[in-house]
Design a binder for this molecule. Structure first.
Ligand SMILES: Cc1cc2nc3c(=O)[nH]c(=O)nc-3n(C[C@H](O)[C@H](O)[C@H](O)COP(=O)(O)O)c2cc1C
Length: 318
């Protein structure tokens, strides 16, 4: 069994967090991750309602779960924070913006707070805000992320804080998980490996597309946010699978901001699940996701393989 500051803090059987992924990780996916001993998180975005939060958080008694919120969304949506607090998760992440204003209310309610960081300055801000857990999110990650790679970012973050640091971005095998733990991470925060799980809120077509995708097929782009006229801060582009829309518009975001026909195409494509025009967020480890499997099996197999890899690492020593 792998024990770290994270497993001790949240009484987990394995130091694996199922990343919050808006549109993919609802209560069923979170429960499947937690059922394997990890900590499943529910992703909440600006297009969600307080009722959605309450519904998704109604997961079986006794299973720990978390909720992932976005700071830039919360600024105008206090109802999402209130609904989250009312659901009493073990952990709430407040990422993509300053977590400062939200740490007090969450901790007063007895809820631990995490935040994803992408730079050294983010770490200083998170520590000053009083968070409990820091997630070093590398640019390999699926979804919105920063520009620094996971391993150098993780190493630097570990020099900047004594708080538990969890590694996110590109971790999809026991080898990868063992590497992050050996580097000093207290756990791993996995999103892309859970994109082909039947418990997800994503469509069967999206799950099939993920299984077919190669690791070279992702792009870090603002094109989808600009097209949808979303107020995503520009410092966090999103890593998605390359498709017809990104081939046409990535790098031409200024022009896209004035093209209403292209904007409508993405908005409509999201409704009709047209994967060549709508964003399908996925990280660089997508090439390792080749079968549809329960999240419980993904987390169980990942943990078993990480234990094996850690034993092999120990054998390197004389
Ligand atoms: C489809 C998708 C949606 C995501 N949505 C969110 C979100 O709502 N909130 C959040 O904090 N992070 C979100 N992320 C980022 C993840 O929390 C996490 O950092 C990332 O998936 C880890 O890297 P990996 O994809 O390489 O495993 C999302 C990622 C993906 C792939």
């Amino acid at each position: 069994m792998i024990r770290t500051a994270l497993t001790r803090r949240f009484d987990l059987g394995t130091p694996v967090v199922g990343a919050p992924m808006a549109g993919v990780s609802g209560g069923a996916l979170a429960a499947a991750v937690s059922g394997a001993g990890g900590l499943g998180m529910i992703g909440v975005a600006g297009n969600h309602s307080a009722e959605f939060v309450a519904e998704q958080c109604a997961i079986p008694e006794g299973l720990p779960f978390g909720v992932g919120l976005m700071a830039w969304v919360l600024d105008d949506r206090p109802d999402l924070l209130e609904a989250t607090i009312a659901a009493r998760p073990a952990l709430v992440s407040v990422s993509f913006g300053d977590p400062g204003p939200y740490v007090g209310p969450l901790r007063d309610a007895g809820i631990a707070v995490a935040t994803q960081v992408n730079t050294a300055d983010d770490v200083h801000r998170a520590v000053a805000a009083g968070v409990d857990v820091i997630v070093a999110q590398g640019s390999e990650a699926g979804g919105h992320t920063g520009h620094r790679a996971t391993l150098p970012l993780l190493q630097e973050v570990l020099t900047l804080t004594d708080l538990p640091v969890v590694a996110a971005g590109g971790i999809a095998t026991g080898r990868g998980m063992a590497a992050a733990l050996a580097a000093g991470a207290a756990g791993v925060w996995i999103g892309t490996p859970l994109l082909a799980c039947p418990e997800g809120l994503n469509s069967p077509a999206a799950r099939a597309r993920v299984q077919a995708a190669h690791g070279e097929e992702t792009v870090l782009t603002r094109a989808f946010d600009v097209a949808q006229r979303l107020a995503w801060p520009s410092r966090w582009p999103g890593r998605a699978l390359v498709n017809e829309f990104s081939r046409e518009w990535h790098g031409r975001e200024d022009e896209l901001a004035h093209d209403d026909a292209a904007s409508r195409r993405v908005v409509e494509a999201r409704k009709s699940d047209d994967l060549e025009q709508a964003p399908l967020y996925a990280g660089e480890s997508v090439g390792l996701v080749t079968t549809e499997r329960s999240a419980t099996d993904v987390v169980g197999d990942l943990t078993a393989a990480a234990e094996q890899a850690l034993r092999r690492v120990a054998e390197l020593l004389d």
